[in-house]
Design a binder for this molecule. Structure first.
Ligand SMILES: N[C@@H](CCC(=O)N[C@@H](CS)C(=O)NCC(=O)O)C(=O)O
Length: 200
């Protein structure tokens, strides 16, 4: 059985949980408290030398880290990851976009607001994440006006990667009322019969 080292409130960790549920895979969840510095212990650094969650541990004790890489491992051969090279590359395209243009803004704003209570010392950074975060949301909105999912008409791990922090973007102060296609997509993703919520 897989072991997942994670924090339920983390979108990066939620990506793994949601994928495992959609694939009906059994797993053990091992809570890791980043605020207490548990990702920096020598034992944890053996699992991920970069000191971050999520980490997926396989039955033989080997580990995989970086959330979107783990999604590609778990979804390989399933309906959540197309095998056709152009579609598969589009999945990766959205996942790289998530890590470079979306998560560093939307997840960071959420961290500053939800975990840290919006301290004055981080206010300028928080506002900068809003400028860049709204740009990322506009890119998603344009795609979702054209297609029901990020890669055409099929739910894939591209949607999981971007759903994780988009559906809780309001917790970072983002207002999605001007993004109707994103809001419809959030409902579409959540209506999957095997869907599980972040805190379920
Ligand atoms: N690019 C990484 C980011 C992982 C990440 O930033 N994890 C956060 C929690 S969401 C963490 O472990 N932070 C603790 C730290 O950096 O010390 C991924 O997608 O897995």
């Amino acid at each position: 059985m897989y072991k997942v080292y994670g924090d339920y409130r983390s979108g990066n960790c939620y990506k793994i949980k949601l994928t495992l549920h959609l694939l009906d895979e059994a797993y053990e969840w091992i809570p890791v408290d980043i605020v207490k510095g548990e990702t920096k212990s020598p034992a944890f650094l053996q699992k991920n030398p970069n000191g971050k969650i999520p980490v997926l541990e396989l039955e033989d004790g080997s580990t995989l880290w970086e959330s979107n890489a783990i999604l590609n491992f778990l979804a390989d051969g399933s309906d959540l990851l197309p095998s056709e090279p152009r579609l598969r590359t589009q999945v990766l395209q959205w996942q790289f976009f998530e890590q470079y243009s979306h998560e560093p803004n939307i997840a960071v704003a959420r961290f500053i607001q939800l975990y840290q209570g919006l301290p004055e010392a981080r206010r300028a950074e928080y506002e900068a994440t809003h400028v860049e975060g709204y740009k990322a949301l506009r890119v998603m909105e344009q795609q979702l006006e054209r297609t029901p999912y990020l890669v055409g008409d099929r739910y894939s791990i591209a949607d999981i990667a971007l759903y994780a922090y988009t559906h809780v973007a309001h917790e970072g102060g983002f207002d999605l009322s001007g993004f109707p296609a994103i809001r419809r997509w959030i409902d579409r993703v959540a209506s999957h019969p095997r869907h599980v919520g972040m805190l379920d």
